[in-house]
Design a protein around this ligand. Sequence first.
Ligand code: BG6
Length: 490
Amino acid sequence: MAKLIPVETFDLIIFGGTGDLAMRKLLPALYHRDRDGQVTSESRIIAASRGALTRKKYLATVKDALKKNLGEGEFDEAHWKSFSKRIHYVQADAFEHDKWSGLVDLLSGHEAHVRVAYLATAPSLFGPIANGMHSNGLITDNSRIVLEKPLGRDYKSACEINNAVGQCFTENQIYRIDHYLGKETVQNLLALRFANSLFEPLWRRNAIDNVQITVAEDLGVEGRVEFYDRVGALRDMVQNHMLQLVCLFAMEPPSSLHHDAVRDEKIKVLRALKPISAEEVRASSVRGQYTAGAIQSSAVPGYIEERGGEPSTTETFVSLRLEIENWRWSNVPFYLRTGKRLPAKHSEIVVQFQGVPHSIFPEQKYDVAPNLLRIRLQPDEGVELSVMAKEPGPGGLRLRPVSLDLSFAETFGVRYPDAYERLLMEALRGNPALFMRRDEVEAAWNWVDGIIDGWATTEQKVESYVAGSWGPTASSLLLDRDGREWHSDE
Ligand code: BG6
């Protein structure tokens, strides 16, 4: 049974309130939470943006966006009437702080309410907006600020942003979002590891041969071509989402779920990542870019065509081989890959256990395959363990890999809330456990910077892959060189 933990009355200010994230994710998430009765009647959503819009016009845009972005049958006209009453619009330019009177007036007299500023804007505006909140006297004791990713584009710019925002808000008021931490199945990783004693003795180098993390998307860069071209797959997905998955998978058991207990363990993993030097970068990483191809039988254009033919060396795919230098994980390779225009939206962690030390089953059609634990993150969230079993019937002792398969949708039969629903409520409630601490973000950039520098020094090429394939051939070779293969390519 779903259980609602109430949130106090709040004013949520969304900077970038007309933007893609607000329309696609934040407002639909708030609509759901409101509809489920989690939001008090006096709570307000205040969209702030540069444009001069009337409230009426803004509401019309939000209504259209909800109709488009909520699931089928989820938009309800009667509920919209009450939800829309919460929504306000103010004009506020990140750099013209003396013209924020609309926001100042709206917030005045509401100091007792929880106040959260959500910055769904470019990171270059984080410092200026924090400053605008400060100079307009809008930061109360009950205020927090949520920073969307990307938090900078390297270690240096991340530190600059953290310093600028840190001049106005204390660290415990700053919530750095990584929406993967709000995904149900990512949280289930904690449940799997720490609510079951079965796995812990096996969760280490003695039993695990390698770990593979795939975050594949079938979509291309959609309407974000310009943004994406400045970023690329390494910064867009690996620095944040994928390294957070590595942390939750590999960290030591925290002593509690207290936010700092968990984050203290995650940071140890980030600090133990073996740097990838310029000499090793070619053997440890692959950069790819998609060319025209087909996804589920529909033809799709290549990345360059999506850019109107303008050449680019930005990677839309990356795969990496990384190592964690500590007792638990020494010499266990972690293979990571992510990309746009891969065959399907498909994210999972595959743990390959070591093979049997000696097989008593000679001449098998299938070798005695190592056990695989597949943690399916999306879609069809679940956990699957492959084990070898005897094929029934006469004809000798024939073996075959079979699966013990747990599908969360079948088991729990409930709607999986979007990650933003949980994260927004956690920020409003003042629980930073699912957000990144400053040191985590900076440590992740520090490691990723090594790869970016290595690529630049060695002029490592982007290799093309046909849209609808699993990336460049070099990505398979990355594992092939170690005598292994990707387990998600079937
Ligand atoms: C975002 C990236 O952080 O995550 C996008 O900027 C990507 O490029 C998205 O598409 C993937 O998120 P999800 O929840 O669809 O796996």
